[in-house]
Write a protein that binds this ligand. Structure first.
Ligand code: PMP
Ligand code: GLU
Length: 399
């Protein structure tokens, strides 16, 4: 709803659909319903205890003051090491900016790089906030749509057709939220061949699901020579370390971009929280066993969810290879009715499932895919089985 007292900026902005659906689920639960929330992309695991202890230690040691805007040197050095060892990406500490979540890293980039009229290519399905963050920065989102039949992965021809002399940036995630797709080295190499002819385009590679990858390796597009000097690799602690509430994300970027982002952050929020950064630096150097355990659990849940989705007539699923989402095509239900109302689109479908089955999903329209819904399987196996059974029954009533 637009309000003339507000800026056009906010009036033109969509509310985050993931957060909105999650709030609707909470409200319904507060009314006493047994709601299963599969709408938020958040590990259901707690932050590993040894990381919590590092934060407690940092507090006890008095790390309670402002930190440098781009992050403590200690953490930035740990991130440099991580990028080198895990991703074969070479950065110096002045190329790292730590922010209040990867969401802020993306907002910093949009504000630092975009002017009115600049085009930003988004690989659709894309994560909800990309589009609104681009608009906030004054850019024009250009969506390239990858369908379920292409495993939701954009191909080089599609990319070539979307690039223009106005393209300033490209943003994509691999492993992808909301599809769980992972680009292979060969697929990335083919995209890089197209980008080679557009040297002005900054590539933003969102790798926040790096550690939730069921393929044999995670590949960063920034390792390709043709784009390495203009790729920004965004990552964070929310997913792989189950630290969503800590609000810690970061980027590795060309120095001119990193210093511009630091300038913006210095006027808006300053450095991220001090004791969290201490714990984050510790986490990067510590054992990754918890992440491996989480990843295994997600893999077994993926298989359960896919199997159960396949048993729901009208659901079309592919096999995601990372993150913790399944993104079924539910368009076969559109135009049919349930409880006297027509289900016109994925929004109606998600609302129907919420009210009929008390399971919250997110409509694909928020991710640039009107025919799908997102199921987050960051929930226990029992909850997932129960939720999918409820969805199957509710979907069966649509005629
Ligand atoms: N990118 C993607 C693809 C995400 O799913 C998320 C999840 N919130 C973010 C960025 C932002 O993560 P955070 O701000 O929690 O670091
Ligand atoms: N990234 C998560 C999701 O997609 C968390 C919610 C949000 O920040 O949008 O659900």
């Amino acid at each position: 709803m637009s309000d003339t007292r507000l800026s056009q900026r906010v009036n033109n902005m969509e509310e985050s659909a993931t957060l909105k659906m999650t709030q609707m689920a909470r409200d319904l639960a507060a009314e006493g319903h047994q709601v299963i929330s599969l709408s938020i992309g958040e590990p259901d695991f707690d932050t590993p205890d040894h990381i919590k202890q590092a934060a407690i230690q940092a507090l006890n040691d008095g790390h309670t003051k402002y930190t440098p805007v781009p992050g403590t040197m200690d953490l930035r050095k740990s991130i440099v090491k991580k990028f080198k060892e895990d991703n074969n990406l070479a950065f110096q500490p002045n190329q790292i900016v730590v922010s209040n979540g990867a969401k802020q890293s993306l907002a910093n980039l949009a504000l630092a790089l975009l002017d009115e009229g600049d085009e930003v290519i988004l690989f659709a399905p894309y994560w909800v906030s990309y589009k609104e963050i681009v608009k906030l920065g004054g850019g024009t989102p250009i969506e390239i749509k990858a369908t379920i039949d292409q495993d939701f992965k954009v191909n080089p021809t599609q990319l070539a057709n979307a690039l223009t002399d106005k393209t300033k940036m490209l943003i994509f995630s691999s492993p992808c939220n909301p599809t769980g797709s992972v680009y292979t080295a060969e697929e990335l190499a083919a995209l890089v061949q197209v980008l080679k002819d557009y040297p002005r385009v900054v590539v933003v590679s969102d790798e926040i699901y790096e550690f939730i990858n069921f393929t044999d390796r995670h590949m960063s597009i920034g390792t390709f020579d043709e784009v390495k000097d203009r790729t920004v690799t965004v990552n964070g602690f929310s997913k792989g370390f189950a630290m969503t509430g800590w609000r810690l994300g970061y980027m590795g970027a060309p120095a001119w971009i990193a210093s511009a982002c630091t300038k913006i952050q210095g006027q808006v929020t300053s450095g991220a929280n001090s004791f969290g950064q201490k714990a984050a630096a510790y986490a990067l150097g510590a054992s990754r066993e918890s992440a491996e355990i989480m990843c295994k659990a997600f893999l077994s849940r993926r298989d359960i969810v896919i199997d159960l989705c396949k048993r729901i007539p009208g659901f079309k699923v592919n096999k995601p290879t990372g993150a913790f989402y399944v993104f079924p095509d539910v368009s076969s239900f559109f135009g049919k009715s349930a409880n006297g109302s027509v289900i016109k689109d994925a929004n109606d479908f998600a609302q129907y499932i919420l009210h009929e089955a008390h399971v919250s999903l997110v409509s694909g329209s928020a991710f640039g895919a009107d025919e799908c819904v997102r199921i987050s399987y960051a929930a226990s196996e029992d909850q997932l089985r129960e939720a999918l059974e409820r969805i199957r029954k509710a979907a069966g009533k649509i005629q």
